[in-house]
Design a protein around this ligand. Structure first.
Ligand code: UD2
Ligand code: MN
Length: 343
């Protein structure tokens, strides 16, 4: 028989455990739990590579334990991160995945990074359209992981690769990146970037704002100026709401050119305007390249640019179709290979 005092002590202990659990789940004690843990993302020290030295195939993930991140409440990061300055970008050095991984040990599988000492303001997905540009991708990652971490970003990198060798479609790959990234995390800011553009100044904040932003408005290739006033190529930033408002990019631009101008027209058509950082801050380098095979100007879609306003709700995120053929969480990025059909 238990004595009354033991029963009392037991009840007291149980009520303590109960109260603590309730307080914890309602966050009264100051614990916050990441509501949206990044699926399939694990801290690198726990991971067992089953497929390759650097990556995991999500279609056959093997023995991966899901990472549950518990964040104690961190203070909000400063609006403007400390110590931002101009950068010297050298694109002629040799870069390997090993080197990038060794220099970015905080980055988690799938290419996710977030500040350790504060809570970021935005959750940023960076979407890169891709095919057959591995040296550029390495150079981009080598520069951009440190860049985004110095900007105290909570971010993930999504490389969307067109599987077929047929005509390239940059804009459709962007729409797919947006759609697939949202399956991972509750991203609220999307940065659509070419694989070959590297910003030369940390003050060029890779963030979203009240209006869509054109971040690569001073590219070396164009003599650090706008070649024409409405250019909207290279790197652009949209909040989730802004991107939904324009129904994303058009899916109908096959081959080089025009898709960026059409997106500009969508932005204007819904009453938004394009913001740009000051040109001395937005200086960016485009890694030198020739026009890729399979990305020739087809000329077939150029007449669509001026029809953006009439076509935008029928052609875009709402009409997007594709098949994912491979989904990989690399140590430095998520790679989604897709069959997007042909022209
Ligand atoms: C300009 C624009 C770009 C886009 C393009 C026309 C700037 C700074 N850039 O870039 O945003 O509007 O014109 O479509 O204004 N890609 C591959 N593999 C390929 C072909 C393309 O990965 O075979 C990707 C890659 O991310 C590349 C991007 O598509 O950076 C744009 O293609 P580009 O670099 O050949 O076009 P470019 O430099 O004329
Ligand atoms: Mn380019």
């Amino acid at each position: 028989m238990m004595s009354w005092s033991r029963i009392f002590a037991l009840l007291l202990a149980l009520s303590f455990i109960f109260t603590f659990t309730v307080l914890k789940s309602t966050d009264i004690l100051g614990f916050t739990f990441d509501k949206m843990k990044i699926k399939g993302s694990t801290p690198h020290e726990n991971i067992q590579d089953t497929q390759n030295k650097f990556w995991i195939n999500l279609k056959n993930p093997g023995n991966i334990s899901n990472y549950k991140s518990v964040n104690y409440r961190l203070p909000l990061c400063n609006e403007i991160p400390p110590s931002l300055h101009t950068l010297t970008i050298n694109t002629s050095i040799k870069v390997t995945f090993e080197k990038i991984i060794a220099e970015n040990t905080n980055v988690q599988y799938g290419g996710h990074g977030k500040p350790e000492s504060c809570q970021a303001h935005q959750k940023i997905a960076i979407v890169i359209p891709y095919r057959n540009r591995e040296p550029h991708l390495k150079m981009w990652l080598y520069n951009m992981h440190p860049f985004l971490q110095k900007q105290q970003a909570d971010y993930g990198i999504y490389v969307v690769e067109q599987s077929q060798n047929t005509t390239f479609n940059r804009a459709k790959l962007m729409n797919i990146g947006y759609t697939e990234a949202l399956k991972d995390y509750d991203y609220n800011c999307f940065i659509f970037s070419d694989v070959d553009i590297i910003p030369m100044d940390l003050r060029n904040l890779y963030r979203c704002s009240k209006n869509p932003r054109h971040l690569a408005n001073a590219v070396d290739k164009f003599d650090f100026r706008l070649p024409y006033e409405t250019i909207f190529g290279g790197v652009v930033a949209f909040t989730k709401e802004q991107f939904l408002r324009v129904n994303g990019f058009s899916n109908d631009f096959w081959g080089w050119g025009g898709e960026d101008d059409e997106l500009y027209n969508r932005v204007v058509a819904v009453g938004m305007k394009v913001e740009r950082p000051k040109q001395h801050i937005a200086r960016s380098k485009m890694i030198f390249h020739k026009r890729d095979a399979g990305n020739e100007k087809t000329g077939k879609s150029f007449h669509l640019i001026s029809k953006a306003k009439q076509r935008m709700y029928q052609d875009g995120l709402s009409s997007l179709t594709y098949n994912v053929t491979e989904h990989i969480k690399h140590r430095l990025f998520t790679k989604i290979t897709v069959d997007i059909g042909t022209l």
